[in-house]
Structures are given as structure tokens and as C-alpha cells.
Design a protein around this ligand. Structure first.
Ligand SMILES: Cc1ncc(COP(=O)(O)O)c(C=O)c1O
Length: 372
């Protein structure tokens, strides 16, 4: 009998597998270290975790045996208050990741183009592949600013349907400006602005740097948000899209009915009710980011890029970036290493607690000392 795999969609069969980040227990075992020794600075998670009200709400919830609200009504009402957008423009997902997938499934027919601006978040390329789309790259300039002319050319040449922008961008930490977004909104395609890290910018996602208030004013603007970063809920998988009603209507038709589990909905609602606590953690992280930036800049083997998010991108300008990542890893300090174009010799460090950052800085200083 011929192999069953010949029946698999050929484009999926050829797709490169995604390399996910290993969970803590697996990493601890691999490194031969107790979990408590690990300092996880490789996935931009929040070291302070969920808010006390979220933890209490999870404990008190009595209906885990019942399917969750498929329309996320209480969560969307709370998000409407948080974002200033109407509930009709809010669609929740199992992380912002699910909204990326849903939007692409909604817009792409096989072979349709999506414009990606690398270096950036990998899921845009991944989901474009899964949805049978064609990725068209408009790489950023050397300072990681968008190449607006290249994006406009790509749009004209490929009839692309979707463009992904990210503000602040992961892993480069820089913002997309209002002038850039407004110019790109003139293109005949869906502009998705991913604001996963917007709470770490001045204004906390409520000021001029956020594009959420423009949703609805433009028929082709969607904004993505998540509870994974500022609210410390990455493990529960909950995010949302702000989209015009005309798009929301169709997203509702294609999403899995129970896409956001009950625990995630409960914790997200309680987090929005514990904003002062979470915002205080965000302030700790942004002030730590600045302290870490200054301390890292003292190290001659690193070039550190400024960042508006909860991580710092560093280029290893003297020495081997992979060897550095591995040396840190042996000590239980996990950072993200890149080998892609424009990110050669780069590592990305998520901002940790002051103690975690001090341990990292000590390890980096010792590494420098061994190089002398
Ligand atoms: C830019 C960006 N968008 C979206 C996500 C995913 O968010 P979520 O955990 O809500 O799926 C990430 C996670 O790292 C990210 O960096």
C-alpha cells in the first residue's frame, strides 16, 4: 500500500517544522538543574506571574466541568472598558496567536500573498504557510525601521491581502510610528498591528503610541493584544483582536466555539479587575529594562538596542553569540539566540526581576573576564 502521507497537502508536507520553546521541567532535566535554579529570559514571559485576584478567581471558579462561554461575553465587556472599543469589535482567542491564524484563514485563498517585515515575530510566516498563503518579505532597514517603500512595492507587485506590523516589534523592541501606519493603511490590504507588548510603552497602551483607538475608523485595520506579557498569563493562552465589525462577523463564523477555555476567561477577567497590581509590575519591568540596558551597555562585547518592550536585543560584537547563549544556559540562565539575516550574532534577553537580572549581569561579566 502506498504511504498514507502522499495524501497530505503537499504544501504542508514541505513546510518547515516550528521549533517551540521547551517547558521548564524538560529544560531543568536537560540541564541537570532544579527548576528553581532556572532563570527563564527566553520567551518574554512575565516573571511576576498572574495577579492575586486572577489566582483567587481560578481557585474559586466552580464550573470547570461545564463548557465555557463561546462568546466570551464577560471578558469582552471587561475588555471594552479596558480598550475603549465596543464589544462588537472584540474577538478573543487562545492567545494572540489564534487571532493571527483566524485572520489568515479568513483572508487567504491558496497562494495569496502576505507581507512580512523581518526580523519580526515568527508566527506570521508560520501561519501564512499553514494557511496555504505565500510569504512576501519586505525586510527592515539596518536600524530595524520599516522599509515603507519596499512594503508599498510588494503590495503593488503581489496583490497581497495582509500586512503584519508589530509595535513594539519582537525581537527588535522598536515602535511603528503613527505616520507609518496611516500611510500603510492606504494600501488595499488588511493591516494587522500586533501590540502584544504595548503595555510596556509610555501610556501603557492607552496613549498615542497605541493604534487600538483607530480600529473602526479604518475598515482595514486590526490590532492584536494579549494577556501573556503584561498580565502574566502566557500559560493560560488568552489574547484578543480589535477588528472592525465587518471582519468580526466573519471571524465568529470560523472560530472554534470553545476556543478560550474557562480558566483563561476567568483569569483574564480578574486580571482586568486587578490592573493597579499588574501595572505596578509593568512599571518594575520597564524600570528594570532601563537599568539592564545601562548595565549591558557597559559590556564592551555587546551592542544593545533600545527597546520599548519587556526585552532587550543585543548583538554580540566580540566573541561567539552561540557560545555565550550556551554558557549562560549551563548556569540555568535561558536567553534566545538568533542566526537569521539582520539578527546574526544576536541574543534577546527578556527583562526579569532585579535579582534575576543581577544574576545574568554577573554571568555576563564573568564571561567577559574569561575572554581576557
Ligand atoms: C509580537 C507577538 N505577538 C504575539 C505573540 C503571542 O502572544 P500569545 O501568547 O497571546 O499568543 C507574541 C509572543 O511572544 C509576540 O511576541
Amino acid at each position: 500500500m502506498p504511504s498514507i502521507t502522499r495524501l497530505i497537502r503537499p504544501d504542508i508536507a514541505q513546510l518547515e517544522a516550528y521549533t517551540p520553546i521547551a517547558p521548564l521541567d524538560v529544560l531543568a532535566e536537560r540541564l541537570g538543574l532544579p527548576i528553581e535554579r532556572l532563570i527563564k529570559l527566553d520567551a518574554n514571559e512575565n516573571p511576576y506571574g498572574p495577579s492575586p485576584r486572577a489566582r483567587a478567581a481560578l481557585e474559586q471558579e466552580a464550573h470547570y466541568a461545564i463548557y465555557p462561554d463561546p462568546e466570551h461575553q464577560r471578558l469582552r465587556a471587561a475588555l471594552s472598558d479596558y480598550t475603549g472599543q465596543s464589544v462588537e469589535r472584540i474577538v478573543c482567542g487562545a492567545g494572540a496567536d489564534e487571532i493571527i491564524d483566524l485572520l489568515l484563514r479568513l483572508f487567504l485563498a491558496p497562494g495569496d500573498a502576505v507581507i512580512d517585515c523581518p526580523p519580526t515575530f515568527g508566527m506570521y510566516a508560520f501561519d501564512t504557510g499553514v494557511c496555504g498563503g505565500r510569504l512576501v518579505e519586505a525586510p527592515r532597514h539596518a536600524d530595524f525601521a520599516l522599509d515603507i517603500d519596499a512594503i508599498e512595492r510588494a503590495a503593488a507587485e503581489t496583490n497581497a491581502k495582509v500586512l503584519f506590523l508589530t509595535s513594539p516589534n519582537n525581537p527588535t523592541g522598536n515602535l511603528t510610528t503613527r505616520a507609518e501606519v496611516e500611510r500603510l493603511l492606504d494600501l488595499p490590504l488588511l493591516v494587522v498591528v500586533d501590540e502584544a507588548y504595548i503595555e510596556f510603552t509610555p501610556g501603557g497602551g492607552h496613549g498615542d503610541l497605541a493604534f487600538s483607538s483607530l480600529v473602526g475608523q479604518y475598515e482595514n485595520l486590526a490590532v492584536l493584544r494579549t494577556f501573556s506579557k503584561w498580565a502574566g498569563l502566557a500559560g493560560l493562552r488568552v489574547g484578543y483582536g480589535l477588528v472592525p465589525e465587518a471582519i468580526a462577523e466573519h471571524l465568529w463564523k470560523i472560530k472554534q466555539p470553545y476556543n478560550v477555555n474557562l480558566a483563561a476567561q476567568v483569569a483574564a477577567i480578574a486580571s482586568l479587575d486587578d490592573r493597579a497590581y499588574l501595572e505596578a509590575n509593568v512599571i518594575c519591568l520597564t524600570s528594570e529594562r532601563e537599568r539592564l540596558l545601562a548595565a549591558l551597555r557597559e559590556l564592551p562585547f555587546l551592542h544593545v538596542y533600545p527597546s520599548q518592550a519587556n526585552f532587550l536585543l543585543c548583538r554580540v560584537v566580540a566573541g561567539d553569540a552561540l557560545a555565550l547563549k550556551q554558557t549562560l544556559e549551563r548556569q540555568g540562565i535561558l536567553v534566545r539566540y538568533y542566526r537569521k539575516p539582520l539578527l546574526r550574532d544576536c541574543i534577546r534577553i527578556s527583562v526579569g526581576t532585579p535579582e534575576q537580572n543581577d544574576t545574568l549581569l554577573d554571568a555576563l561579566r564573568s564571561w567577559e573576564a574569561t575572554k581576557r
